[in-house]
Every structure is written in C-alpha cells, then in structure tokens.
Design a binder for this molecule. Sequence first.
Ligand code: ATP
Length: 621
Amino acid sequence: MNGEPLRAHPAQLRAANVARTFAALGVLIGTVAFLTLVFGRTGERIAVLMCVNVAAVVALAIYCGNTGIVSFGNGAFMALGAYLSGILTMPAGLQRSALPDLPAWLAGYELSVLGALPLVLLAGLTFALLTGSAISRLLGPSAAIATLGLLIIVHSIAISAREFTRGSQTFYGVPRVTDLTFVLIAAMLFILIARLFRESRWGFFARAVRDDEDAATALGISPRRARLVAWTLSGTLATVAGALYGHILGAFSPASFYLSLVFAHVVMMIVGGMSSVGGAVVGVVAVTLLQNTVRNLEGGITLGSVTLPEVFGLTTVSLGIAILLVIWLRPQGLVGSFELGPGAGARMFQRIKGTAKAAPAPRPVTSETLEARGLSRAFAGVQAVADVSFDVPAGRITGLIGPNGAGKSTLVNLITGQYSADAGTAEIDGTSLTGLPRHRIIKYRVARSFQNLRLFSGLTAFENVLVAALAAGFSRKDANAIALRELDAFDLRDIAAMRAENLPYGARKRLEIARALAQDPAILLLDEPAAGMNPAETDDLADRLIRIREDRNIGILLIDHDLRFVNRLCSHIIVMNRGQKIAEGTPEEVRADPHVIEAYIGRGRVARAADTTPPKEVLAN
Ligand SMILES: Nc1ncnc2c1ncn2[C@@H]1O[C@H](COP(=O)(O)OP(=O)(O)OP(=O)(O)O)[C@@H](O)[C@H]1O
C-alpha cells in the first residue's frame, strides 16, 4: 500500500490526511477518556502515568526513529530531570532534613514545577550536547552500547552523589503532580514537537543518514551533526519527561530510572514502531494496557471456580513475549512507518504542490571546470587508478568509458572524497577538493549519482529530491519548488508520493539524477545512469540529459558501458583500462585508437578482426 500512486481523489486524500494527522493525538485522547470513564480514579492514575510514558517514549523515538539507532540512554536524562526538578521544587524545610548536605547554591529555591522547567530544559540541553558530541560519532550497535554505558554511568553517579540524591535511598518530598490535564497537554506537546522535527530540515537529514550514510554525505549532510541534533532534542525532552515522572511519583530512587524503566520504554517504542511518532504513541498505549491487565493477574486471580496462583515477574515476562511476537509478526511494529505511508507523503506533496512558488532559476554555470591532475589510488596491491588527469568543463558531456575494473568508479570516488587519493588532486576553478570533508564538496557545486542505486529508501521520491535541495542550502520554500521542478524534468511527478523503495527500477535511476540536479551543480558526475535500462528508457534518458546540458550549461562526466548511449551524448570521451587513461578525444578519435580497440576486444582478437571487420565498427554502436 505504500506503493499507491498519487492519483487518489483529492477529497479522499484530504479525509485520510486529517485522520492521519490527528491519529496519534486521537489514540492518546481516546485511551485517556476510556480509562477515566470506565475505571474512575484507578483509570485516571493509569492515564497520568501513560501520558508521561508517551512523553518519554516520543522523546526517545526522536533519536531512535530518525537515526535508526536504538538508545538506552533515556533513563539517564530522565534521572537528571527528576532529581534536578525535585531539588528545585522541594519545600525548604523538607529539603533540610532530606538533603542536609546539599550545597548552598542549589538549596532552598522552592520553585513551582513550571518555574523549574527552564532550568531543567537547560540542564538537559547541556547534558545532551556534551554526551551527544561523543555518541553522535558512533553508528549502529556501537552507538547503542554507548547509550547503555551512559545509563550505567549516570546510575552509578546517582547512587554515589548522596548529597544530591540520597544515594540508593528513597528521594522523597518532591511535590506531586496528579493533574491529568497537565500531563495530557505535555504529552500532546511532545507529539507535536516530534512531528515537527521529523519534517524539519534536520529531521530529513537524520532520516537520510539513517537510510544511506554515504549518499547523504555526498549530498552535503554531516552525519555526525544530523545525529547530534536528533540526540540533543531527544535528550532535552527526555529530561523534561523525567521531571514530570518524578513529580508523579513524588518519591523515587536511582533504580526508578534504570533498566526496568528503560526496557519498558524500548519495548513500547519497538512494539508501536520506532520509525514513526504514531508508532511511539500506539506502543505506549498498547503496552500500558497490557501491563495493567497482566499486573492484575500477577497477584493471583480467581476466575469462577479456578484460582490462578501468584506469578512473580509476569509483567516483565509479558513485555518480553510482546516484543518477540511483534518482531516476529510485524518487524516494523504495530504502526510501522505510519507517517511515511502514502497518506503522509501524499499529504505533504499535495500541500506543497498547491502552494509552491516558482523554483529559483538555477545559478548560472559559465566557465567552471573540474580538473583532475595525477589522481592515483591503490587497494591492497591493485592499482585501481594510476596517475590520471583530465578536464570536465562546463557545457560539455564528457564520457568516461573502459572495461570492467578499469577504475572509473574509483576515479569518481576520489574526486568526491569517498576515497582518499594516494597522489594527485581534483580542483574546481583553482580550488582543491582533495582532502575536504566529503560533505563540504557540494559547496563547490559538484554533485554525483552512484553506480548502485543509493536512494533513501524510507523517504518518498519527493522527499529524496527535497532533502538534496535542503542539503545544498536552499530555504524550505525554494527546496520544495526545486524538488517539484526536478521531478517534472524526469517525469516523476505522478509517483512523487511513493517511497523510493517501491518505485520501478527505471524511475529509481531517474530519481537519483533528479536528486543530484536539485543541488544546483555546475559539474555532475553520473556513474552508469543507464545501467539496467531498456533501449527506450535509455533513449529517453539521453534526451533529458541533452536538454539539461543545453538549458543549464552543466558539465557532465558520464560513465557508462552502453557505447551507443555514450556516443550519442558525448563530444569528448576519456578511455581507461587497468587504472590508466589510455585515450582521450572525440568519439571518432577514440574509436580509431588502437589502444582502445585492444582494451575492448583483446590483443589476439584485434589481429583476427582486422582481416574482416574494421575495428572502428566494433565501438561505433
Ligand atoms: N574499496 C575497494 N577495495 C578494494 N579494491 C577496490 C575497491 N574499490 C575498487 N577496487 C578495485 O579497483 C579496481 C577498479 O574498480 P572500479 O570499480 O573503479 O572499476 P570500474 O571501471 O568502475 O568497473 P565497473 O565498470 O565494473 O564498475 C578493481 O580491481 C576493483 O576491484
């Protein structure tokens, strides 16, 4: 169903969109109403706790959902928020007896819960920035383990810092918040912030990095910074959620924020589906209802004539079973990537289509020239590229051909910084690209496509192009308009709201080029853009590339094995073999070059072919 094209009736789309926008809020409000109306005071207590869990899990999902990394660090931030807010709001008399050794600079404030909020926010922000600067350098399992380490460290500090926390003893005297409206509003605010972040510039960057770090970096996104932003927002909000949790409990200890809480929150997030805000909310609701049902059974229950015995730990076991079942039956969680589905993609696209202004004209490309000089790179004894020099000037499509393994892709990777060069430089208008961090290269207006499709599979076609324009530094409005223009240029508008992973192959290849063009490049490096396309698709792509060169004067370096395609497009061709440049010139010159003929059809066969077939014809199509 994610593959649904954008041809639904606008009224249907609108209805679906309204429902989806408010779905997460609706689920929360509906469950709160159900609990309070059906179960009275007990239901209200459960609802209050559920709202705080929604806030905490939504905060957690801001990092996990957008970066794809599971974090266990939420408990650390929550502990910070709970203890800090507790100290700042505690009645002075009670504080003197509960925390007699509290340093004077922190004692006796007696703030209200809301009054303490700015300080809690600031502390959370600072702590998130400090920890994030290290954790954002890590990926996947290493990052997850680092977050677990953070939880353990903070837990140990909370136990040893007795003057602030009473150590492992109960920390009491925290003013209690039992107002359901207050926590419900807080939870709704968290949901809205998470949704706004997800569709913000940095939300898109984080999700692009999550889907393909290399491709995102090539677009100009710093993966570390994208993860840091998500971590910082997530940690800051988790600190506030922790403060709220502390004010609900009234008394707690370091254990209240340790493994069982963190485990429950991670389960809630995974059960609901961590890649969407709706998933986080549904996960909390489902697990809260499950937990409370099972907790009643845990103490033993009589059903008619049957009395079930007390089963200690049933709640934890049930959570474990719940997570196993979900991972088995619905790996994406109950909701999956809800907001990324056709409704959300179509919703955003429809909205933008209706309001888009004209795209800013591409910046003029005049005399920009990419100059590669003496580029070399070896891999474990294989000289992939050896002392290769060439120019890619504006306004020309330059072909780069050669047999498999000749070193063509390696050359592009050296220019764009994916591989470091052993020797040589790549310059654009006198500025060296060599040695620049990869994500800086787009500043010099050099964009690329990849040999093997490297789209952001979890984003829609429109979002793939949008994120490229945003990464090139365009404002949101301009980026929207540019994305629409590039989708039109490649006949992709009808499928703009489909997720990239569901697009047909030819459309995905075109989308990669549209994404690169959205960066407004002066030089475009295309690595086998026609590979796998049928002849009609290849001709169509050639027409589009010719038009783009004519309209925008971009310089294109085109790698392809389809020599008919290359001959049609390129006025200048470079030929490589075994890492070396063996020929360069017009298509006619290259076709006549004996080195080229030898590289393509082999030394022995050249001799035989010379008797019957003019070698030129072998390469002429
Ligand atoms: N990361 C790497 N590690 C080790 N060897 C590599 C790496 N990248 C490329 N090579 C080697 O460098 C040589 C050139 O490879 P490259 O992919 O650049 O060739 P190519 O001309 O693009 O080939 P094709 O047309 O098949 O894509 C090959 O021998 C390849 O195995």
